[in-house]
Write a new protein. Structure first.
Length: 201
């Protein structure tokens, strides 16, 4: 069994925990209070800026076969995901540029940037975000919220192009030579950060 396949098995019940989280459940129903999503949006914006830095740090170490993919992932983060955040910020009254990073966000990005000091480890550490959101998006898209702002958020992460980027990331993990037990350890820790992030006040 490939390393990524092992991570998917580990991750399935952890994604189920996220789907049951009140914030995610509120997005799914389309009735999450605006202030809750506004706070999450501001923190996720700050998170994604560092997430792009993680891809850049890994690109510096990448074998030639992976370099273009990591540059593409950094570009998609900075231009596609952050474009969504800026669009939603206008509708939720979020102050993206004036936001201050909270402790859950800081703990998560610190973990990712430190893990990215080692190529395979860094890929395994960042994978919970990509795979988790792709999996969440697909699950939520089965019965999408009628509320158009939350529907747009769901559609972004349920997009087949995002799923393709996630699949390519899985392939890179398998090709990186990362030690499976180390990959599982980092993946579990990343998934813990993912769950904690939904509770951002």
């Amino acid at each position: 069994m490939s390393v990524s396949a092992r991570l998917h098995i580990i991750g399935e019940p952890l994604v189920a925990e996220q789907l049951a989280h009140p914030t995610v459940a509120g997005i799914a129903r389309g009735d999450l209070p605006d202030p809750v999503f506004r706070s999450w949006l501001e923190q996720d914006y700050l998170y994604l800026l560092d997430y792009a830095r993680v891809f850049a740090r890994l690109a510096w170490q990448a074998p030639a076969a992976h370099l273009g993919d990591l540059v593409d992932l950094a570009h998609a983060t900075l231009h596609d995901e952050l474009a969504l955040h800026r669009s939603l910020a206008a509708e939720f009254g979020a102050d993206l540029e004036g936001a201050t990073m909270g402790e859950p966000c800081r703990a998560y990005t610190t973990f990712l940037l430190e893990a990215a000091a080692s190529y395979g480890a860094g890929l395994a550490a960042l994978y919970p975000c990509m795979w988790g959101y792709s999996t969440l998006g697909a699950a939520l898209a089965e019965n999408p919220p009628a509320e158009p702002r939350y529907r747009r958020w769901v559609d972004t992460y349920a997009d087949p192009e995002f799923a393709a980027l996630t699949e390519r990331c899985a392939q890179m993990i398998d090709e990186s030579g990362v030690e499976p037990d180390r990959a599982e350890e980092l993946f579990r820790e990343g998934m813990r950060h993912e769950l904690a992030f939904w509770s951002v006040p």
